[in-house]
Design a binder for this molecule. Structure first.
Ligand SMILES: Cc1cc2nc3c(=O)[nH]c(=O)nc-3n(C[C@H](O)[C@H](O)[C@H](O)COP(=O)(O)O)c2cc1C
Length: 427
């Protein structure tokens, strides 16, 4: 079961909170801040892009799960309900979409794929609570962070009929409200596939994007400012966008979900209601497009000597995917769909790539005491992933492997209790 329950509406997910209790977490990752992001040191370059963190309870959970760059789901200056349930459906994509041949449509699927191959569509329309609700919640979110973590607040302006100046002002106000509540970084969402064109496709209108970033920059002054953009197939369009925003931004988050037609198994519109024949596709289907886009973005950045940071998102579903995007030149790698279905993805990454580091000691520690587990768990079972081996030693009180869900009782009784789950491909 995913942490965000796609069988329930957005409102239910918001009301009930994440489908994984903080108390059930058998560990906390204790990191060592060492990656510089706009004057702050972070434990890692892994994070969650805007979408999954519906409020402070979600921020708190994913912060404990080892994600260090946490973006609060996009908020507005005024309340707006979400589009009707269903808001998320699984879609079938045997392979990731190729940049050379993006399909016209995808079909919903009833089959749960392994997390490593999961594709979804989402259609929420950037719902928001009123600032009176989300501002104090931002304060709680920030308070819930561990050392070496950072909160980004994603905002969007609300477009009113053909009134671009008011739209820009609403972006400025949204950013000001987020800054007032303590946002460390502001992200402007220029790319929602489920919103009206005016709000959702700003990244396709470079001049307008430039006007918004300039106006917001004057408001937020020194705060790091990011824009969230969607896939652009042509280099010249990407180049124009970057040239228009370059003076005012500190980072680019890319890519947002891809706007595609989504059909049911009879070939009809899958999501109910007007204006919903197309919706945002995320996860596995997006992986190759995101890789292609980040590669081109990095090239352009190097060519033009831009100094903004690139935060990559799109189809990151395995520890190797994080590494892949970082190796492409992104400064950070974010996962929404992946973390929704596999909350232990950052932990897996740290086990595979950070923890076994030879020098100068473990980069991350799994500390069971941090979250107050039963009293018999104490110093001697505080575990550290041991360098050079592939095993985790679990405390006797733990019944289930937190990584793969394998009941530890079934592991042969010969102590010590190691789970080798992460060596199994489908785990
Ligand atoms: C349920 C859901 C809600 C999302 N909501 C937002 C949002 O509010 N703002 C935003 O900028 N992107 C939003 N996104 C897009 C993600 O941040 C991300 O860019 C996209 O899903 C691609 O990454 P992924 O393949 O790891 O999911 C949402 C995605 C999903 C799946």
């Amino acid at each position: 079961m995913a942490v965000y329950n796609i069988r329930c509406s957005y409102e239910e997910n918001l009301a009930k909170g994440p489908n994984l209790a903080l108390e059930d977490l058998p560990f906390t990752l204790v990191g060592q801040p060492r990656y510089e992001f706009w004057g702050k040191k972070l434990n890692s370059r892994l994070g969650i892009p805007a979408g999954l963190l519906l409020d402070s309870r979600w921020v708190r959970l994913y912060a404990r799960l080892g994600f260090d760059i946490l973006a609060y789901k996009t908020v507005r200056t005024r309340p707006q309900p979400s589009l009707p349930h269903p808001n998320c459906l699984l879609v079938a994509a045997a392979l990731p979409c190729s940049p050379k041949a993006i399909p016209e449509s995808l079909t919903v699927s009833q089959r749960y794929r392994p997390v490593t191959e999961i594709s979804m569509t989402n259609s929420l329309g950037m719902p928001s609570q009123t600032p009176e609700v989300w501002q104090p919640d931002l304060v709680r979110s920030k308070e819930s962070l561990l050392p070496g973590q950072m909160l980004i607040v994603s905002v969007v302006g609300t477009a009113e009929d053909n009134q671009p100046a008011r739209f820009i002002q609403d972006f400025v106000r949204a950013a000001a409200l987020a800054a007032e509540a303590g946002a460390e970084v502001i992200e402007l969402n220029f790319s929602c596939p489920n919103a009206p064109v005016a709000e959702g496709q700003i990244y396709e209108a470079p001049e307008f994007a430039g006007q918004i970033t300039k106006a917001v920059r004057q408001q937020v002054k020194e705060l790091p400012l990011l824009i969230k953009i969607g896939y652009l197939a042509e280099d010249h369009r990407l180049a124009r966008l970057l040239a228009a925003v370059r003076d005012d931004i500190n980072g680019i988050v890319a890519i947002n979900s891809l706007k595609l037609t989504v059909l049911d198994q009879q070939g009809r519109q899958a999501l109910p209601g007007a204006g919903r024949s197309q919706s945002g596709v995320s996860g596995y289907a997006l992986k190759e497009l995101a890789r292609d886009f980040i590669r081109r973005l990095v090239e352009l950045k190097q060519k033009e000597r831009y100094d903004f940071k690139i935060l990559a998102a799109g189809g990151i579903l395995t520890p190797g995917d994080f590494e892949d995007f970082l190796n492409l030149g992104a400064e950070a790698a974010l996962t929404c769909t992946g973390a929704m279905w596999d909350p232990y993805l950052a932990l897996r990454y740290h086990l595979e790539y950070s923890l076994p580091s030879p020098d100068p000691g473990p980069l991350m520690t799994l500390d069971f005491r941090e979250i107050g587990l039963p009293s018999q768990i104490d110093e001697d079972i505080k575990i550290e992933h041991r360098r050079g081996d592939n095993e985790i030693l679990y405390p006797p009180t733990m019944k289930i492997c937190p990584i793969c869900g394998e009941p530890l009782d079934q592991i042969p009784p010969a102590a010590p209790r190691y789970c080798r789950c992460r060596l199994m491909p489908d785990c």
